[in-house]
Design a protein around this ligand. Structure first.
Ligand code: FES
Length: 132
């Protein structure tokens, strides 16, 4: 599925964003679980991960029509755009819902960070359960 990119130009990559992968082999093909990246304001988390080879599932292509890009924000929630009603409704369908659950395609970087994002191990499995 093609990934929708944010509509506007990004600033320079100045915001520290750490991704913690519960299943690094499944998401990157490598065993490294922690990835310290630099994101740009205006960029969404799914996009940033993708640019760095972290293949978070995104069955709908980043248009808030699935919940496969579900992640947990462990730190820096207030440095991300607020969840829209559409995102809140959609994320409730995600397995393993927590208070810090977000859809990574909907979280735009707004503040200076740091931001810490945990990608659950079942991220890759969720999409396989969706009938085609
Ligand atoms: S990729 Fe479908 S909601 Fe994020």
């Amino acid at each position: 599925m093609h990934l929708r990119h944010s509509d506007h130009a990004h600033g320079p990559p100045v915001v520290p964003v750490k991704f913690i992968l519960e299943d690094p082999m499944g998401l990157t093909g490598k065993p490294q679980a922690e990835h310290d990246l630099m994101g740009s304001k205006g960029e969404h988390l799914l996009e940033l991960a993708f640019e760095h080879g972290i293949n978070i599932e995104h069955a709908c292509g980043g248009v808030c029509a699935c919940s496969t890009c579900h992640v947990y924000i462990e730190k820096g929630m207030n440095h991300l755009s607020e969840a829209s009603e559409a995102e809140e409704d959609r994320v409730e369908e995600a397995p393993g819902l927590q208070r810090n659950s977000r859809l990574s395609c909907q979280c735009e970087i707004e503040g200076d960070g740091p931001i810490v994002v945990r990608v659950p191990a079942w991220n890759r499995n969720a999409v396989k359960e969706v009938p085609h």
